[in-house]
Design a protein around this ligand. Sequence first.
Ligand SMILES: C[S@@+](CC[C@H](N)C(=O)[O-])C[C@H]1O[C@@H](n2cnc3c(N)ncnc32)[C@H](O)[C@@H]1O
Length: 263
Amino acid sequence: MTDNFRLTKEAAQKYNNHSVPAMFGPLAEATMQKVQLRSGTCVIDIACGTGALTREIARKLTGKGRVVGVDLNETMIEVAQSNQPDCRHVLEWYAADVTELPFEDATFDYAFIQQGLQFFPDKSAALQEVHRILRNDGQLFLTCWRAVSPFNGALAKALERHVGTDAAVKAKAPFSFRDGELISKLLVDAGFKIARHEPLVLERRFIDLRAQIMALPIETDLRDAGADVTNKVVEEVADALSRYDKKGVLHVPQEAHLFVAAV
Ligand SMILES: C[S@@+](CC[C@H](N)C(=O)[O-])C[C@H]1O[C@@H](n2cnc3c(N)ncnc32)[C@H](O)[C@@H]1O
C-alpha cells in the first residue's frame, strides 16, 4: 500500500497472489468459523481488498441474501471483481471510502472489517458510518492484528539495519493499531456494544519468502536499495524465522483480535 493507500493494479494483483493465500485467506476462514449468519441476510465487507473475506462470506451465506464488498482502492475492487467465487450469490463491488458508504441507513444485517481499521485515518468517523448502515439488530465482525508478527518484526529489523527507518516503519504499519482496549472504546463511542472479544491465531505460511517480501509495499524501497541489500534482508529474515521451518515451509504464527460488536 502506498502512504495514501492508493495502489497500482500490479500491486493489487501481487497482494491477491501472495498476501491473500498466505495470510488474509486463512484469516478469513478462521473468522468465518466463528461466525453464524442468518439465512437470506444482507452482508457488507468493508475495506474488502481483493475480496478474500467477501468470498468466504458468500460461500457461507445461505438463502437469497446480498453480499457486498467495498474498498477505497478501485484497483483492489477490479481484482476482486475478476474473481467470482463458486456459490449462488452474485457479489456486488463498490469503490468507496469507509466514511462515505453509498448506502441508506440500516441497509445491512452484518458488516465485516478484516484488517482495515488500522489504515483508516478517522477511525471514529469510520465506525460511526458502519453503525449507520447496520440495522437495529445488526452486528459488526472486526479483526485487527493483536501483536507484531515474528515475520514483520524480523523484516523491520533487517530493513532498519540495511535500508532505513522509513522502510522499517512501513513494514510494521499493519500492526500499528493493536491495543484491544482502545479498539473497544472506539466501538463503544461509535454506538456499538461489545458482544465478544477474543484472540484468533493463524499460521502464516511462507513457501517462497523472497516472493512474499517483494509483494509488500516495501518492495520499492528494496528495489531502490539494490540486489545486494535485498539479498541481505531476505537472508536475515530467513535466519530469524528458521525455528518455524517445517520441511522447507515456514509456519509463522500471527495473532489477531476478533471483535463482535452489536448495534
Ligand atoms: C490490509 S488490506 C485488507 C484487505 C482485506 N480486508 C483482506 O483481508 O484482504 C487493507 C485494505 O483497507 C483498504 N482501505 C484503507 N483505507 C480505507 C478507507 N478509508 N476506506 C475503505 N477502505 C480502505 C485498503 O485499500 C486495503 O484494501
